[in-house]
Design a protein around this ligand. Structure first.
Ligand code: FAD
Length: 446
């Protein structure tokens, strides 16, 4: 039987992975992107921005049979390493022994995914094609072809919008009657910086950690690259005392970093150059509903759910969209009348929940990871969870090391926090945090 012709608009991380899934299902797939073919760019290993890949993302890659290729270039991070203002280091494991999230280069990951898709005869790419609109009657997608400088259009049976946070495909759906859509920006922005490698190519900081400099209203994080460097991101308000607006001269930047990140500065020889070469970047969040139109159009990845990056889950959630949609195609024998509404029903609550979780984690990372009580609470939870793994998995574990739907993880996490608030209320908790009494109290509260 001849399979449908499908368009995937956006050859980013999610679109390229989805192309592999659809190719394997036997569809005739055409993938469009407004960018030139990034496989032709030489991505210096590790120099590009990196992302944290966790279990949901790995499952998405495994389902398409391409996890092994990515594993070779992924660096495990077993926990957070907190850097206090005085340089004191505190390590906090993310989960149990052996559990880790993985630092991967966005550029290499995208190239690898595109290459895997291109190896299928039934996948074709069209680059420098910027989607302008979708005619929902005929399912015809119109593009501006930047090479030939003209408008072109093509008709498809299904159109998958994987064109990111500012999706043109979604933009067409927002013009439908009773279509829900909202967009907002965080008051905080970010700046990419770099910690250099040692002269011999080794890392200057512990390579198997995600490093955090929590400073209350702002923070810096660093993820390792395979060339020995770390990509750092400073998250900071746009306006106010400590803000991007107040860091406009080399002197201001240098003195700000020396005051707040003094242990990192000697490892950042290009700090001032990097600071002014890289843009002040903003963080957008979007919500929309439904994620499909009829049996024709479906949104995936950031096009459906653009979130802030503080749980390291945006891409992971997008890869999980691929897992779910593929399973639904199996269950419903590729009947899009059934698959698309079911996909929206299952995934929309997950998208909303991971946005809430990510916003909450920003406060946790920048404010609480340096806090004594917070670290004590994490120790109590870790001890209890090691003894009763069936009864207690931390929220972080549920999000990063399980496939529990995000909305269930959010609900469980809120319940656990109520218990921990009662446990931490004990005035003598410091001296008896690892006692039978506390353990029994937690069991009874559960
Ligand atoms: C600072 C930062 C750190 C992050 N860290 C993490 C992390 O650690 N872990 C994690 O899981 N996630 C992280 N994320 C989120 C992650 O980057 C996104 O969730 C992920 O890139 C979404 O993939 P996507 O394919 O949906 O969209 P994108 O990666 O944005 O790809 C969209 C593609 O569509 C193309 N496109 C756009 N418009 C058009 C158009 N009109 N026509 C044709 N093509 C078009 C673009 O060129 C692009 O190739 C982070 C995000 C930020 C900003």
């Amino acid at each position: 039987m001849k399979k449908n012709r499908v368009a995937i608009v956006g050859a980013g991380l999610v679109g390229s992975l989805w192309a592999v899934y659809m190719a394997k299902r036997g569809y005739d797939v055409k993938v469009f992107d407004r960018r030139p073919d990034i496989r032709k760019l030489k991505i210096v290993q590790g120099k590009s921005i990196n992302l944290a890949l966790s279990d949901r993302g790995w499952r998405g890659l495994e389902g398409a049979g391409i996890a092994d290729a990515i594993r070779k270039v992924a660096l495990p991070m077993h926990g957070r390493m907190m850097h206090a203002v005085d340089g004191k280091l505190t390590f906090q494991p993310y989960g149990k022994e052996g559990q880790a999230i993985y630092s991967v280069s966005r550029g290499l990951l995208n190239q690898t995914l595109m290459q895997c898709a291109a190896e299928h005869d039934n996948v074709h790419f069209a680059f420098q094609h910027r989607c302008k609109d979708v005619n929902l009657e005929s399912n015809t997608v119109s593009f501006y072809d930047e090479v030939n400088q003209c408008d072109v259009s093509e008709q498809f049976d299904q159109v998958f919008g994987t064109d990111g946070a500012f999706s043109a495909v979604r933009s067409r759906l927002t013009r439908l009657d009773r279509y829900d859509y909202s967009q907002s920006y965080l008051d905080h922005g970010y700046k990419e910086l770099e910690i250099a490698a040692n002269a011999d190519g080794t890392h200057q900081l512990d390579v198997n950690c995600l490093h955090i400099w929590p400073r209350g209203e702002f923070m810096m994080i660093a993820l390792p690259n395979i060339d020995g460097s770390f990509t750092c991101t400073l998250f900071i308000p746009f306006e106010g005392e400590y803000s991007l607006a107040n860091l406009k001269t080399p002197e201001a930047v240098r003195s700000f970093f020396e005051k707040h990140f003094s242990d990192a500065v000697p490892m950042m020889p290009e700090l001032v150059e990097d600071y002014f070469a890289n843009p002040d970047a903003s963080l957008v969040m979007t919500k929309c509903y439904p994620w499909h139109y009829s049996n024709k159009v479906c949104l995936m990845g950031d096009a459906a759910h653009a979130i802030v990056p503080f749980y390291g889950q945006g891409m992971n959630a997008g890869f999980e969209d691929c897992t779910y949609l593929n399973q639904l195609l199996d269950e419903h024998h590729d009947n899009f009348d059934l698959v698309f509404p079911e996909y929206t029903r299952l995934r929309k609550p997950a998208g909303d929940a991971i946005l809430e979780l990510a916003l909450g984690n920003y406060i946790e990372m920048r404010d609480k990871t340096g806090d004594h009580d917070f670290l004590l609470q994490k120790k109590i939870e870790a001890r209890f969870s090691a003894k009763y793994p069936q009864k207690w998995a931390s929220l972080y574990e549920q999000v990063s090391f399980s496939h529990t739907p995000y909305h269930d993880a959010l609900r469980n996490g809120k319940r656990q926090q109520k218990i921990m608030d009662q446990v931490m209320d004990d005035p003598n908790i410091e001296s008896k945090w690892d006692s039978d009494e506390i353990e029994q109290k937690m069991l009874s509260l559960l």
